[in-house]
Design a protein around this ligand. Structure first.
Ligand code: MN
Length: 494
C-alpha cells in the first residue's frame, strides 16, 4: 500500500458551508444542527458550520452548533475582515476558516485590490482573530492558480503572525494529481489542509495526491455537495483511506450511509444512482453472472461489504437476471418453484425486462403466482377515488375500498393531489395494517402532457418492503394503482 504523509488524517467537513452553497440548497438552523450532530457522531474533527456574516439565520445555526457540546471543533468561515471575525467570535465558535484570495485573478478581478493590500489585510486579520481567542485555519483561495512564491511567503508570514493551520484551495478544480507535489507550499511549521473541487472529476485524486505530499487534513462534504460540480466527498475519502491506503480514519463507517441519506433528504439533492459508496446502485446487482457470484462469495463483485458503510446488498431482477438470483428472490418471497416452473418464471421476467420495464416485486409475485397457478383473491379492491385540487382548494382525496370484504372509506388532505390520494389509501387500511410509503418515483415514459407516466413506489409494513408500479396517462390514477398493487402484496404476504 502507498503510505500517506500522515498516519492520522483529519477531516474538516464543510457540508454546512461550501456544501450549502450548492445552488438551490438552504438549510434551517434546526436542520444544520441535526447534520452537525450526525457529523460529530461519525467522528469528524472540524465542522465548518457556516458563515456568520451571511445572515441572522446563519448566526443562529452556528450558535446552536457551537453550544451543542460536540466533540468536533466548531468552525466559522470568515473573510479577512474584523467585522466577520467579531460575528464569528460572538457565535462562540472554536475556530475560523479565514479565506484569502491569493491568485492575481481573484485579487484584481474579484477584490479590485493589490497583492500588497491583500497581504496587509490578511495578516491584520490573523492577529485580530488570535486576539479574539480563535484557532485560525488560514486558507489560500484559488491557490492552484496563484504565484506559488507569493503564496509560500504569505503562508509563512501568516504562521509567524499566529495562524494555526494552513489550507490550499483548488477553488475551481484545475489541479491534477501530477501537479500537486509541485504546487503544495513548503511546510511552514503548521499543519496543511487540502480543499478540492470536482469540476473536472479530479477532487478525490487531487485530495489523495496532497495527502501523500504533505497535507494532513482533507476538506470534504457529505455526498460531495458543493458549488458547481461539488467538493471532495467525505465518504469516498474515508473508504479510500480505509480500504486502499490502509490508513485507519477513526470514522464510524457504518454510519456513512445514514449520514448521506440525512444530508440528501434535508438538502433535497438527490444522489446519482451510481454514486460511489452511497448511490442507490452501489451495492445492487442484476446481472446473472454478477448476482450468482455475489450470492456465493460477495467479494467476487463487491470491493467492500455493504454492511461496512451501513448498507445492505440488493439483488434486483431484470432481463440480465439468471436463475440463481430469481430463485433466491422467490424463496425469500415464500415461493418454491420446481426447475421447470423456475425456467418459465425466469423467461417471463426477461420478457418484461426486454420491454424496457424495471421489474418490481409485485411483478415478480404476479408472474410467480400465474406460473405456479396459485389462486389469489385480492385483499384490497378499489371501488372509487375522488381528488379535488385547484388554486383555491386544499388538495383533498377520498377513497372507497373493499378490505377483506368490508367496505371502508377514507379521506385525507395533502400537499398535492397525489399526496392526498396516497394518504387517503393509508388511512383506509390503517385499521388492518400500518403501511408506510418509503419511496415514490415517477417517470414520464414518452413526453408531453399526454404522456404515459410510470409510478414506482416502495412500501413498508414492519420488516416487509415491497416495490410496485402503476402506469397510466393520469398521474393520480397511476399512483393509486401502484400503491394498491403494493398494499395487496404486503397484506397477502402475512
Ligand atoms: Mn470551496
Amino acid at each position: 500500500m502507498i503510505a500517506l504523509f500522515s498516519e492520522k488524517i483529519r477531516f474538516f467537513d464543510t457540508t454546512l458551508r461550501d456544501g450549502e452553497q450548492t445552488p438551490g440548497v438552504s438549510l434551517t438552523p434546526a436542520e444544520k444542527l441535526e447534520i452537525a450532530t450526525a457529523l460529530n457522531r461519525i467522528g469528524i474533527d472540524v465542522i465548518e458550520a457556516g458563515s456568520a456574516a451571511a445572515s441572522e439565520g446563519e448566526r443562529e445555526a452556528i450558535r446552536l452548533i457551537a453550544d451543542a457540546g460536540l466533540h468536533a471543533e466548531c468552525c466559522c468561515y470568515v473573510r479577512a475582515l474584523a467585522h466577520d471575525i467579531d460575528l464569528a467570535a460572538d457565535c462562540g465558535v472554536d475556530s475560523v476558516h479565514m479565506v484569502i484570495p491569493v491568485s492575481d485573478l481573484h485579487i484584481a478581478k474579484k477584490l479590485g485590490k493589490t497583492r500588497e493590500k491583500v497581504w496587509e489585510m490578511a495578516l491584520e486579520a490573523v492577529v485580530y482573530a488570535k486576539e479574539r481567542g480563535l484557532v485560525v485555519e488560514f486558507s489560500g483561495e484559488d491557490a492552484s492558480r496563484a504565484d506559488q512564491a507569493f503564496l509560500g511567503s504569505l503562508f509563512a508570514a501568516a504562521v509567524e503572525h499566529g495562524a494555526d493551520r494552513l489550507c490550499f484551495c483548488d477553488t475551481v478544480g484545475l489541479l491534477t494529481p501530477e501537479r500537486v507535489a509541485g504546487v503544495l507550499p513548503p511546510l511552514c511549521g503548521a499543519p496543511l489542509s487540502i480543499h478540492c473541487h470536482d469540476d473536472l472529476g479530479f477532487a478525490l485524486a487531487n485530495t489523495f495526491a496532497a495527502l501523500k505530499h504533505g497535507a494532513t487534513c482533507a476538506h470534504v462534504t457529505v455526498n460531495g455537495l458543493g458549488e458547481r460540480a461539488g467538493n471532495t466527498p467525505l465518504e469516498e475519502v474515508v473508504m479510500a483511506c480505509e480500504v486502499l491506503y490502509g490508513t485507519p480514519t477513526g470514522i464510524e463507517t457504518t454510519q456513512l450511509y445514514h449520514l448521506s441519506s440525512l444530508v440528501s433528504r434535508l438538502t433535497r439533492v438527490e444522489l446519482p444512482t451510481n454514486k460511489a459508496i452511497v448511490g442507490a446502485m452501489a451495492f445492487t446487482h442484476e446481472s446473472g453472472i454478477h448476482a450468482h457470484g455475489v450470492l456465493r462469495d460477495s467479494s467476487t463483485y463487491e470491493p467492500i461489504k455493504p454492511e461496512i458503510v451501513g448498507r445492505k446488498r440488493r439483488i434486483i431482477l431484470g432481463k440480465h437476471s439468471g436463475s440463481a438470483s430469481v430463485l433466491a428472490a422467490l424463496n425469500e418471497m415464500g415461493y418454491e418453484p420446481d426447475p421447470a416452473q423456475l425456467r418459465e418464471i425466469v423467461g417471463r421476467i426477461k420478457e418484461l425486462g426486454d420491454e424496457g420495464k424495471r421489474i418490481t416485486d409485485a411483478d415478480v409475485m404476479a408472474i410467480a403466482e400465474t406460473v405456479l397457478s396459485l389462486a389469489t383473491e385480492p385483499v384490497l379492491d378499489l371501488r372509487q377515488f375522488t381528488v379535488v385540487s385547484g388554486s383555491n382548494a386544499i388538495p383533498t382525496a377520498s377513497v372507497t375500498l373493499q378490505v377483506y370484504g368490508n367496505e371502508v372509506t377514507g379521506a385525507s388532505t395533502g400537499t398535492g393531489p397525489v399526496d392526498a390520494a396516497i394518504k387517503a389509501l393509508q388511512n383506509s387500511v390503517a385499521a388492518v395494517a400500518d403501511i408506510r410509503l418509503e419511496d415514490y418515483h415517477v417517470d414520464a415514459i414518452t413526453g408531453g402532457t399526454e404522456a404515459m407516466v410510470d409510478v414506482l413506489v416502495k412500501l413498508r409494513r414492519d420488516g416487509d418492503v415491497i416495490t410496485s408500479r402503476g402506469a397510466r396517462t393520469d398521474i393520480i390514477t397511476a399512483s393509486v394503482e401502484a400503491v394498491i398493487n403494493g398494499m395487496n402484496r404486503l397484506l397477502r404476504s402475512r
